[in-house]
Design a protein around this ligand. Structure first.
Ligand code: GTP
Ligand code: SPV
Ligand code: MN
Length: 620
């Protein structure tokens, strides 16, 4: 029963349960879950153990408790009913990639793009840090489902944590509570074991560790978003990508949207952009008038993660494993993303934004042009907002976030809870590229598309600790999230393409971030990205031609509908947006050749062949 007790159980549950003040009865008969939770109790030695059943009474009591201790702040309940505010420590505001590990028995299974440590060594290092870490605290045991309850694509996780903030966020982000055990049943061992303690929130001892071979995640010394909501990046991407490879499916850092056409047909598209590069915005876009007038509408299925699996008809189907949005606040406003803003108006949690002290509402850069005069900035200091901003400070942290229930979203897809998922017609890659990459182009086929995904580079953002604006490789937007060797991951993509055959989605690349000589974005972006989606859909339907170039199929400039923005996007600008600069691309090829070296034998021959073919076409 105590499988790992010799390794990290310093006190057996039976021996230590005497001193625990209160242990709530388990919500499941599943012996695998119960044995693991007992082990975690023995290790962390909490004063109290509370199973999260997901009931309103229980969650309300936790909200009250968090407000009474100051962990959360209740916002204006008339304007923002059910909304809470939370501030993390200034050293704990983003994912920490240098402290994130993939612990597989063999180093080569984690690959060169991940930090690796031997699992035994990592358990041995972390066990003393967890030993007794919850003394004086309550352990919350959170059962949750990633994916709709009852979906064949869904999977169950259990997270134990000493943070109410985690419980309340997991309530929004997942299907949380006793109902999650319905999917697991009384026997199965197929659940992801997540251990989290905020401990002392010590950045020097912060670890975000995935053990894919044990279905386990250990996170310590953080209390921030992607580091601690273990269902999200740790499970639904790092562990799930590993599972997907073994089980014949894919876990991707992708939004999922549906474009409803005037005839009522809905085409589903996924898009992988690196963190803070526009997934939430694209997923919820409101098309320009020239489209809405004709009857086009965009439906949101997901804004961050897609789990994809071939369906009975041989097409690729996607579910969003999440139940809410953990979105970037700065830049979100009624114009840039009306639907995201609307989603935050009730039952949401705001992290590290600014507070308007006069009416207890929230503010962030880019919400409007009027920072509150009586403001509390994200670190907790009371300041004069306009003066503070004029001095060059930010009231909200650049990676401040909202956690909002998907059901709040005005454009949430009617298929959001469909257990079978939605059939995907097109998959898009993209990133922030000032130069080189055109507005949009299409891969010649799946293998070429896989190559394009593997070759994505993007400028870094505030979503992870470290420098911002540095160009780095971020294959398929999965650099921080692939739970195994990136070369094997590309091979898995190629394999999936073979299984899907001619039913495979078409693959595209977009770049909303190309700049002119003055450093301004050339493309208006946001809602206007619909114009690019339109071309993509027409390409899938075979109703629009393209120009064949060395890098792929590009639109003919006249095939991007510019109705309403003709003044802004002159034909000169359009030509620049669609330009393929041979010298820049040859430099890109040379750079990619260097990048691929680290993958050695694991670089699929198909990817190498695609690179060679690109070079030959550029020189041809
Ligand atoms: P994660 O939640 O971190 O995975 O990020 P995301 O990809 O969902 O990012 P999000 O949609 O929140 O993008 C945030 C940033 O991208 C903000 O700075 C936006 O202003 C910017 N952005 C989004 N769409 C566009 C666009 O079409 N054009 C331009 N120029 N900026 C955009
Ligand atoms: C990202 O960084 O890609 C996010 C936010 O979506 S977090 O959940 O913190 O990883
Ligand atoms: Mn993300």
């Amino acid at each position: 029963m105590f499988a790992r007790v010799g390794l990290y159980g310093l006190c057996r549950f039976d021996a230590c349960k005497e001193r625990i003040g209160y242990i709530m009865a388990s919500l499941t008969k599943n012996p695998n879950v119960n044995a693991w939770v007992d082990e975690m109790i023995a290790l962390t030695k909490p004063d109290k153990v509370v199973w999260i059943d997901g009931s309103d009474e229980q969650l309300d009591a936790l909200r009250d408790e968090a407000v009474s201790t100051g962990e959360m702040i209740r916002l204006n309940q008339e304007e923002l009913p059910g909304c809470l505010y939370h501030r993390t420590l200034p050293n704990d505001v983003a994912r920490v990639e240098d402290r994130t590990f993939i612990c597989t028995k063999k180093k080569e299974d984690a690959g060169p793009t991940n930090n690796w440590c031997d699992p035994e060594e990592m358990y041995a290092k972390l066990t003393p840090m967890y030993d007794g870490v919850m003394k004086g605290r309550t352990m919350y045991v959170i059962p949750y489902s990633m994916g709709p309850i009852g979906s064949p694509l869904a999977k169950v996780g259990v997270e134990v944590t000493d943070s109410i903030y985690v419980v309340l966020n997991m309530d929004i982000m997942t299907r949380m509570g006793a109902k999650a055990f319905e999917n697991l049943g009384d026997e199965s061992d197929d659940f992801v074991r997540g251990l989290h303690s905020k401990a002392d929130v010590d950045p020097e001892n912060r670890y975000i560790v995935q053990f894919p071979e044990d279905n386990a995640i250990w996170s310590i010394n953080s209390a921030y978003g992607g580091n601690v909501l273990l269902g999200k990046k740790c499970f639904a991407l790092r562990i799930a990508s590993f599972q997907g490879r073994n089980e014949g499916w894919m876990a991707e850092h992708m939004l999922i949207l549906g474009v409803e056409k005037p005839d009522g047909e809905v085409k589903y598209i996924t898009a992988a952009f690196p963190s803070a590069c526009g997934k939430t915005n694209l997923a919820m876009l409101i098309p320009p008038a020239c489209y809405t007038e004709k009857g086009y509408k965009v439906w949101t299925v997901g804004d961050d993660i897609a789990w994809l699996k071939p369906g009975k008809d041989g097409r690729l189907y996607a579910i969003n494993p999440e139940n809410g949005f953990f979105g970037v606040a700065p830049g979100t406003n009624a114009k840039s993303n009306f639907n995201a803003l609307a989603s935050t108006k009730k039952n949401a949690i705001f992290t590290n934004v600014a507070i308007n002290n006069d009416n207890m509402t929230v503010w962030w850069e880019g919400l409007d042009k009027n920072p509150p005069v009586n403001a509390t900035e994200w670190k907790g200091a009371v300041v004069n907002g306009p003066e503070y901003v004029a001095e060059g400070n930010k009231l909200a942290h650049p990676n401040s976030r909202f956690t909002a229930p998907a059901e709040n979203c005005p454009c949430i897809s009617p298929e959001f809870n469909n257990p079978e998922g939605v059939p995907i017609s097109a998959m898009i890659f993209g990133g922030r590229r000032e130069k080189t990459t055109p507005l949009v182009y299409q891969a010649f086929d799946w293998e070429h598309g896989t190559f394009i995904g593997s070759a994505v580079s993007s400028e870094t953002t505030a979503a992870a600790a470290g420098a911002v604006g540095v160009l780095r490789h971020d294959p398929m937007a999965m650099k921080p999230f692939c739970g195994y060797h990136m070369g094997d991951y590309w091979a898995h993509w190629i394999e999936m393409g073979k299984i899907l055959g001619d039913k495979a989605p078409k693959i595209f690349n977009v770049n909303w971030f190309k700049k002119d000589e003055n450093g301004n974005f050339m493309w208006p972006g946001f809602g206007d990205n619909m114009r690019v989606l339109d071309w993509i859909i027409k390409r899938c339907e075979g109703t629009v031609d393209a120009q064949e170039t060395a890098i792929g199929y590009l639109p003919k400039p006249e095939d991007i509908d510019l109705t309403g923005i003709e003044d802004e996007i002159t034909s000169e600008t359009m030509n620049k947006l669609l330009d393929v600069d041979k010298d820049l691309w040859l430099a890109e090829v040379a750079e990619l050749r260097e990048f691929y070296k680290q993958f050695g034998d694991k670089l699929p021959a198909e990817i190498k062949a695609q690179l060679d073919a690109l070079e030959a076409r550029l020189n041809g």
